[in-house]
Design a binder for this molecule. Structure first.
Ligand SMILES: Nc1ncnc2c1ncn2[C@@H]1O[C@H](COP(=O)(O)OP(=O)(O)OP(=O)(O)O)[C@@H](O)[C@H]1O
Length: 237
């Protein structure tokens, strides 16, 4: 029995002639929170896009929830239980908060309907106060909450967050980190990319660092924090 929710082996991805991912192995177990770290341009977003089928891998194999998804379209991968929140915010600015949430609703793998409209509002009370507002009228932090709320409404097994707190005020970032911690407690696995390694590593089970398309470190919070040279060399902190 394979307990991995997501398993990628020997992944190579190119943009044209540029060889970006150079043989990456990457695993997420059920319910696990994984921090994906690295300096700018090291291939984090490319790895997420490859896992989601947005960018094709040239070599290697990806399995999600037991299905080989290496050459699947993003919509098929989403149906295998993955919700992807890309950098920037993917909401419909002309639809209301209510419409944005309701439109995204669908059962998860096996018909699971843990996340309902009511539960999303309980998780993000701010959204409940803005139900009639257009998505485009929200602040940056509220838009990010709506994006995450929409992703949860698809009842995912795995939530992928790329730079969820980018450009947001510290107080809003803290609110988002708290929510991500709460999502973790519900058993949803998460991959998080964020520049704030302290915030990430305080909620992750495992951390993976990329340098030039290779995995150079993999370990839990203690392993990461006990190796200042790793932080300095690979993250510049
Ligand atoms: N569409 C593209 N076409 C060509 N090259 C690209 C494209 N997107 C990204 N790259 C290049 O691929 C490399 C990896 O980029 P990627 O966005 O995956 O890095 P990242 O680790 O997510 O960095 P950042 O934190 O800056 O988003 C970079 O050198 C980048 O310039």
């Amino acid at each position: 029995m394979n307990h991995s929710l997501l398993e990628a082996r020997g992944i190579h991805t190119y943009y044209g002639a540029s060889h970006i991912l150079r043989g990456i192995d990457f695993t997420v177990r059920r319910g696990e929170t994984v921090g994906l770290m690295g300096r700018n341009g090291m291939g984090k977003t490319t790895l997420l896009k490859t896992l989601m089928g947005v960018v094709p891998s040239h070599k290697g194999e990806i399995r999600i929830n037991g299905h080989v998804t290496t050459r699947s379209q993003p919509c098929r991968i989403a149906r295998h239980g993955v919700a992807y929140v890309p950098e920037g915010r993917g909401i419909f600015p002309n639809l209301s908060v209510r419409e944005n949430l309701v439109m995204a609703a669908r059962p998860g793998v096996g018909g699971r309907r843990d996340w309902t409209f009511e539960r999303a509002l309980k998780t993000f009370p701010r959204l409940g106060e803005r139900l009639g507002h257009g998505g485009g009228q929200l602040s940056g932090g509220e838009q990010q909450m709506l994006t995450i709320g929409r992703a949860l409404m698809t009842n995912p097994d795995l939530l992928i967050l790329d730079e969820a707190t980018e450009g947001l005020a510290p107080i809003i970032c803290r609110e988002i980190w708290t929510v991500i911690g709460a999502i973790r407690d519900t058993g949803i696995a998460t991959i998080i990319v964020d520049k704030n390694f302290r915030a990430i590593s305080s909620i992750t089970d495992r951390n993976v660092i990329l340098v030039k398309g290779n995995v150079v470190f993999e370990g839990d919070r203690e392993a990461l924090r006990s190796q200042p040279e790793v932080l300095k060399n690979f993250l510049g902190v």
